[in-house]
Design a protein around this ligand. Structure first.
Ligand SMILES: *Cc1c(COP(=O)(O)O)cnc(C)c1O
Length: 377
């Protein structure tokens, strides 16, 4: 593709949307098209197949159901569509994004067992096992693969096994790992996972999807319907019969997604994971040079987000740090942990360890400007 004019490149270290390629940005500039045309339906079909393939899904067992919206829309669709009447959802909750699924259940008045664990650690699997054994009304177990709010990576295969041992389906929010950490959906005991275009694939906001077990989606046809726009079976059924979304798809976003998927295959699953791990290592190296450390134990981090303990003194000013970096093309993000002064450095997108090293040159200047010498603490 001919790139007309390079776009200013920002290094996004926030938890999504992520840094994208110029080819992805320009992929959106296409002749106007009615999405009901066969040409567009073919694009949707191709992208949906690729989305299943990225997580090594067997196309006879799993399918991609896309919704127009940010990632939360698939959390919404999975929670509201997959719990039969009189049954319960159980959320293994150790962070902000699993807490969001609990909240969605509350909004739909779906009975929910909220298994809360500290946000700084892993869930206690014995407690999960016991909760599932004790309550036979639980039909769906949900959790988050990588808690983007902290950087904790959860043991989904083990949780999925516990879910299946107790006859439950297993739903996982993989929104901040899909396309980044290699995932084999079936091997990880997953019935439904979630993803969103603007995160791991480095595409544009506006399309999110679940890769789901076709048999389970078909069963859900007879479950209580709680949403019209976000009903999983309805959307699946339309894709299955007509090949397209029930309502207007995010047309230009789909072209960008198609390009991002192409770039995913070009880079390769393993090479991508290695590139991101190098970014994460560069984050830790840079932090230690400044004299800062991570809140979460390195051993349970997903290599994608570092929650940094901010200096606990008068000199530290997040806004000043943010603005100094932002003006120089680097975006950082506040923490999402209660009661602790933190900020986050995330490496989800199309960035390299060199970008991270360049960021730390700027960050050091910002700390010096705040009056620090190194190490800061
Ligand atoms: C980004 C993200 C979401 C979705 O958030 P939106 O604000 O709707 O994009 C959900 N779960 C996880 C783990 C995420 O990282």
């Amino acid at each position: 593709m001919e790139i007309v004019k390079p776009v200013k490149r920002n290094v996004l270290l926030n938890p999504g949307p992520a840094t994208t390629s110029d080819a992805v940005k320009y992929a959106q500039v296409v002749p106007d098209i009615c999405p009901r045309e066969q040409e567009f339906v073919d694009i949707m079909t191709g992208v949906r197949k690729d989305l299943v393939k990225i997580v090594h899904g067997d196309p006879d067992k799993y399918t991609a159901v896309i919704f127009t919206g940010s990632g939360t829309i698939v959390q919404d669709a999975c929670v509201n569509s997959l719990v039969p009447e009189g049954k319960k959802l159980c959320v293994v909750n150790n962070g902000a994004y699993s807490a969001r699924m609990v909240e969605i259940a509350q909004y739909y008045h779906i009975p929910c067992v909220n298994l809360e664990f500290p946000t700084t650690g892993l869930p206690d699997l014995d407690a999960v096992k016991k909760a599932l054994q004790d309550d036979q009304d639980i039909a769906v177990v949900a959790t988050v693969h990588h808690e983007t709010g902290t950087g904790v990576l959860n043991p989904i295969k083990e949780i999925g096994q516990l879910a299946h041992d107790n006859g439950c389906i297993f739903v996982v929010d993989t929104i901040s790992t899909y396309g980044l950490i290699p995932i084999d959906i079936e091997e990880q005991n997953i019935d439904f996972l979630m993803s969103s275009a603007q995160k791991g694939l480095g595409a544009m906001t506006g399309a999110s999807w679940t890769i789901g077990n076709i048999q389970e989606i078909k069963k859900s046809k007879n479950y209580l319907t709680r949403s019209y726009y976000c009903n999983l079976f309805m959307q699946y059924d339309f894709f299955d019969r007509v090949g397209e979304m029930h309502f207007t798809p995010p047309v230009q976003t789909m072209y960008a997604l198609q390009q991002a998927v192409k770039e995913y295959w070009e880079e390769g699953e393993i090479a991508r994971w290695e590139r991101l791990t190098k970014c994460w290592q560069a984050v830790h190296k840079g932090l230690s040079e400044i004299g800062l450390s991570s809140v979460i134990d390195k051993a349970i981090q997903g290599h994608l987000v570092v929650t940094v303990k901010a200096p606990d003194d008068e000199k530290f000013d997040f806004t000043q740090l943010h603005d100094y970096c932002y003006e120089r093309g680097f975006t950082i993000y506040p923490g999402k942990m209660f009661g602790l002064k933190t900020f986050r450095l995330c490496n989800l997108g199309l960035i390299t360890e060199n970008d991270v090293n360049d960021f730390f040159v700027i960050a050091k200047e910002a700390f010096a400007e705040m009056g620090y010498s190194f190490p800061v603490s």
